[in-house]
Write a protein that binds this ligand. Structure first.
Ligand code: UD1
Length: 422
């Protein structure tokens, strides 16, 4: 199993490019199921979650090629299976995103239930409830969601909570439904907007994306399109936390600062000096960060996917901060590992109190989920001595060549492939 070895203390300097957003690319790839015509996508990051999705689409009969330049050519003209098997879905919950498109275009689908997940229960009841409201006949059989419908019929759906992939699944189902669908309490995340923009290029009629009320007029069929995936705001935010912790002066190219308001505001409060253009961010940091309180919220609030990285920055702050996680019930698994590096953090339910320390010290730690891994990298970059992070397959699910990018900024970080570190 690969590990990362970091020798902390190097300041970060230089320029790197931000990758395309994983969480935009995943639903966008699944949208390829909605038409027999080709989709040409660019800025698709080369990540494990993307290859899992391409494998899943391949199982369904979709022809897909991921070029080294980040382009993906998709063609779903010979779909010959309507089943997403357990072994693929269990490794990636977002596989549930094939349910809406398969049902809408082919009138049936069998998708394995995702099962438990490290960061919380994460049920898919809202996806199922919404599709049933669109007229699907849905049952759970042998661990699979089994859905059938002649043609889905537009209706008003109000989800009980704001759900990102739920909104995406229902939007992809509704674009081919008969009549008008209104998604109330819809997610406003930039990744939902990116998916809507692709669907519109494919001929869908959608309004209100980016607000909590999305209105979709169903069409008979969709056609091929070209689309560039929006930049990854979480990857960008993670690098900004890294320079916040390690100090230095970095510039991120191909970024989308306009979608990062909540993160940028907190980083500025922590003491980073930021300059932004339309697609770049420069960040400078000297000295210890200031503590910043965080409460995770749906977009445009502070993203739960940035909580762990921001906590890593707070561990070094000159004072105490309070973090409240409101989206997922079990998203503090990085805390124990950060404490192995010398952080002082207490958890009480959804609240974490972080008492900043003047220095962290390198240690062996274990990655437990995707963003937790990033927080350990950030802490390791600032810690004295050597940090070894085990189980970085979590990191590889969602960060494209993180260690290569960090090395380009002057960090001392290397991947240990399989072998035990000396
Ligand atoms: C997406 C992101 C993930 C991010 C999360 C919250 C992707 C591929 N993943 O995950 O990185 O952390 O949004 O911003 O885009 N819920 C239910 N029933 C449902 C659906 C959701 O109870 O049917 C609950 C969840 O357990 C959670 C909350 O709603 O407590 C929000 O989850 P949701 O927005 O659906 O997260 P994902 O779409 O899975």
């Amino acid at each position: 199993m690969d590990k990362l070895r970091i020798t902390g203390g190097a300041r970060l300097h230089g320029e790197i490019a931000v990758s395309g957003a994983k969480n935009a690319a995943l639903p966008i790839l699944c949208a390829g199921l909605l038409t027999a015509e080709p989709l040409t996508l660019s800025n698709v990051p080369r990540l494990n979650d993307i290859s899992t999705t391409l494998r899943l689409l391949g199982r369904l009969g979709v022809h897909a090629e991921h070029g080294a330049d980040g382009t993906v050519q998709l063609r779903a003209d010979k779909v010959d299976s309507l089943e997403a098997p357990y072994e693929l879905v269990k490794t990636m919950r977002a596989s549930i995103l094939v349910l809406g498109p398969l049902l809408a275009r082919f009138g049936q689908a069998r998708v394995s239930l995702p099962g438990g997940c490290a960061i919380g229960q994460r049920p898919v009841d809202q996806h199922i409830k919404g599709l049933a409201a669109l007229g699907a006949d849905i049952s759970i059989e042998h661990g699979f969601v089994v859905a059938r419908a002649q043609r889905l019929k537009g209706t008003t759906i109000r989800t009980d909570m704001v759900t990102v992939t739920g909104t995406e699944n229902l939007m992809m189902a509704a674009v081919l439904a008969e009549g008008r669908t209104v998604l109330d309490n819809a997610a406003r995340e930039p990744e939902v907007v990116d998916l809507a923009e692709l669907l519109i290029k494919m001929g869908a009629r959608i309004e209100g994306h980016g607000t909590d009320r999305i209105v979709i007029e169903g069409v008979e069929r969709l056609h091929g399109a070209e689309h560039r995936v929006t930049p990854d705001r979480i990857e960008a935010g993670s690098f900004l936390c890294a320079v916040g912790a390690a100090g230095g002066d970095i510039t991120l190219r191909g970024a989308a600062p306009g979608a990062m308001g909540a993160t940028l505001a907190k980083l500025e409060a922590a003491g980073l000096r930021l300059e932004c253009g339309p697609d770049w961010i420069r960040a400078r940091m000297d000295g210890r960060p200031q503590p910043v309180d965080i409460r995770t919220q749906e977009y445009p609030g502070f993203a739960t996917d940035m909580q762990a990285q921001m906590m890593a920055l707070n561990t070094l702050a000159d004072g105490t901060s309070v973090i409240v996680e409101t989206i997922f019930e079990n998203r503090y698994m990085h805390v124990q590992e950060l404490c192995r590096l010398g952080a002082e953090i207490d958890i009480d339910g959804h609240t974490a109190v972080v008492r900043g320390v003047a220095r962290l010290s390198g240690a062996r730690v274990m990655a437990t989920d995707l963003r937790a891994s990033a927080s350990l990298v950030i802490a390791g970059l600032a810690a004295e001595g050597q940090t070894i992070i085990d189980r970085i397959y979590h990191l590889d699910r969602g960060y494209e060549q993180m260690e290569v990018k960090l090395r380009a900024l002057g960090a001392q970080i290397e991947r240990l492939s399989g072998k035990e570190p000396a």
